[in-house]
Design a protein around this ligand. Structure first.
Ligand SMILES: Cc1cc2nc3c(=O)[nH]c(=O)nc-3n(C[C@H](O)[C@H](O)[C@H](O)COP(=O)(O)OP(=O)(O)OC[C@H]3O[C@@H](n4cnc5c(N)ncnc54)[C@H](O)[C@@H]3O)c2cc1C
Ligand SMILES: NC(=O)c1ccc[n+]([C@@H]2O[C@H](COP(=O)([O-])OP(=O)(O)OC[C@H]3O[C@@H](n4cnc5c(N)ncnc54)[C@H](O)[C@@H]3O)[C@@H](O)[C@H]2O)c1
Length: 507
């Protein structure tokens, strides 16, 4: 029997995340947490470094050894079958570890069941709807669309069906590899926003981060009017300010969206007996009452925090911060690892998975530190926003502290042939870099397929490729990737800096 899993399931009361209080703008979580569960008899596998420890994936995973007197059934027990746990499980099997995964609710976690997957299904619909309704765009392509409409339930079914399909793909992929999927006992909160049970005429969205912005795209495409309530002084405070300003011009101002910034939604009274939803707004600084909004519905998108109570972390003196588990750069705390949303470093599906893989590498005896500044992020509005590394203010702050210079280059999508062919010239890409070394500090893109374009920059940061080298890489014409090519070629790096790329050979 898996002794680790037994002690965990007895202690667990899980739901990965819930709406959270405000976080400062632009905060990148730096500080891993790992929670100790007071696990007994943990052992490292023969390849792992000496010492007892456990692994957390999505929530946590506990490692134990098959060798020796303990006689455990698994080398690795992962708690939580979200994308973090799933990524870790697949990698663990590849590494030859006998693996089990315990899920308290349904396989797939937040991303698959109430996050990335259903939200992107709704966004796919909003994208098509926008395109079909854009008469000017259609005319310019020579198309006529007589009328457009939608079936709300069919749209909702599309999101649900996609989630079920991906959930069963994930389940089957683990079963096929021999990962045992075990059920925990736990209590969950539920997230209904993605069920699209109605399309309100007027919806207030509290918080203009990723969730708020993506849902504003969905709701306005389906005909709702949106009012944003944002505590900080500008909308989209987590984004590079120049990109946020342009996003406001492209994604907010032309749509049926108004907004209140610098105010907290301090109290929300649900609709009752024909009365509307009431949202009390207070000044974020003075805390004085400003006004009360009356709307048909309210979506709270103020950040999420993990529910990590009941795991027995206090038994090993791990103190969570608003539920987040403080881990170090190797995702460790005490004798445990914690990956994914639970550690709060970067609450993204692919970050969770990358952390899981990094941890498995360590368990197998190879030191591995994930560079979080190389992990891209994307907001799937129409058009999309993507980013990797530092924002310009963050880069300038770091430069002031460490005494180096910062340069910025920008290019417009209007200069890109492919974007113009698609009639999608709205957009900007900017790169922040060190002119003395050519190091790429950050790249931010708003424009058509920005979420796909960012990877050339994130891979360059991950691999330490400098501007003076990547500028020689060739991009097919006409493609959107030339947007990044423009950035690399426009950057000016000090002439004394060496390049590892050979000079192009003259034809
Ligand atoms: C609306 C929305 C849209 C999103 N869109 C994107 C996107 O487009 N791209 C992106 O990268 N990210 C997106 N995210 C974020 C992404 O969903 C999360 O970062 C990701 O799911 C984190 O993965 P995880 O494995 O750490 O946690 P989760 O996916 O939350 O999985 C944790 C799992 O652990 C289980 N669990 C927890 N505690 C226990 C316990 N004690 N015992 C047993 N089981 C337990 C939970 O039930 C859950 O299944 C979105 C999130 C939301 C809410
Ligand atoms: N495309 C994606 O990758 C994607 C999509 C959705 C969600 N996510 C992940 O899910 C997490 C949660 O997303 P989110 O949008 O809820 O959080 P967020 O942290 O991105 O944004 C929350 C916003 O709410 C504001 N806020 C907080 N309390 C408030 C209050 N009382 N009144 C008014 N404004 C308030 C904050 O200032 C902030 O701008 C994110 O960390 C993100 O990583 C990712």
């Amino acid at each position: 029997m898996y002794s680790t899993a037994m002690s965990l399931s007895a202690a667990a009361a899980a739901s990965s995340s819930r709406p959270d209080a405000i976080r400062p703008a632009g905060l990148r979580f730096c500080g891993l947490r790992r929670e100790a569960l007071g696990l007994r008899s943990l052992r490292t596998s023969p390849q792992a470094v000496a010492g007892r420890r456990s692994v957390a994936a999505a929530a946590f995973a506990a490692e134990n050894g098959t060798a020796g007197s303990g006689g455990f059934d698994y080398d690795l027990v992962i708690i939580g079958a979200g994308v973090g746990g799933h990524g870790a499980a697949l990698h663990a099997v590849e590494k030859g570890l006998k693996t089990a995964i315990i899920e308290g609710d349904v396989v797939g976690g937040t991303c698959v069941n109430r996050g990335c997957v259903p939200s992107k299904a709704l966004l796919a619909v909003s994208g098509k709807m926008r395109e079909l309704r854009d008469e000017h765009h259609m005319k310019s392509l020579g198309l006529q669309v007589p009328s457009t409409g939608y079936d709300r339930q069919a749209v909702a079914d599309h999101a649900n069906n996609l989630a079920s399909k991906i959930r069963s793909n994930l389940t089957n992929s683990m079963k096929a590899l021999g990962v045992d999927i075990l059920n925990g006992k736990t209590v969950f909160t539920s997230d209904h926003a993605l069920k699209l049970e109605s399309v309100p005429d007027w919806i207030a969205i509290v918080g203009s981060g990723y969730i708020g912005l993506e849902f504003s795209d969905v709701y306005t495409a389906l005909g709702s009017e949106v009012t944003f309530v944002e505590a900080l002084d500008q909308l989209m405070p987590g984004f590079d300010p120049e990109i946020a300003k342009l996003a406001q011009r492209i994604l907010i101002n032309p749509r049926k969206i108004d907004y209140h910034t610098g105010v907290f939604a301090s109290k929300i009274t649900p609709a009752k007996d024909g009365k509307p939803v009431l949202i009390e707004l207070i000044d974020a600084k003075t805390k004085e009452h400003k006004e009360t909004l009356e709307v048909d519905a309210a979506l709270i998108a103020t950040g999420r925090a993990p529910f990590t109570k009941g795991l027995g972390l206090e038994n090993i003196n791990v103190v969570t911060q608003r539920g987040f588990v403080p881990v170090d750069e190797r995702m460790q705390v005490s004798n445990l690892y914690c990956i994914g949303d639970a550690n709060g470093k970067l609450m993204l599906a692919h970050a969770a998975s990358a952390q899981g893989i990094s941890v498995v590498e360590q368990i197998c005896g190879k030191d591995n530190i994930l560079n979080h500044l190389s992990i891209p992020a994307a907001c799937f509005t129409h058009p999309e926003i993507s980013m990797v590394g530092l924002t310009e203010p963050q880069a300038r702050e770091k430069a002031d502290k460490e005494g180096f210079g910062v340069s910025v280059v920008k290019t417009s999508f209007k200069a890109n042939t492919k974007a113009l062919a698609e009639n999608e010239g709205d957009g900007l890409a900017k790169m922040i870099y060190r002119p003395d070394t050519g190091e790429i500090l950050g790249v931010h893109i708003l424009g058509l397929h920005a979420a796909d374009l960012i990877h050339e920059a994130s891979n360059a940061i991950a691999l330490g490729t400098r501007v003076q080298d990547i500028k020689f890489a060739v991009h097919a014409h006409p493609t959107l990737s030339e947007v990044l090519d423009e950035l690399f070629k426009a950057a000016k790096v000090s002439s004394g800096v060496s390049s590892s790329v050979s000079e192009p050979v003259a034809a």
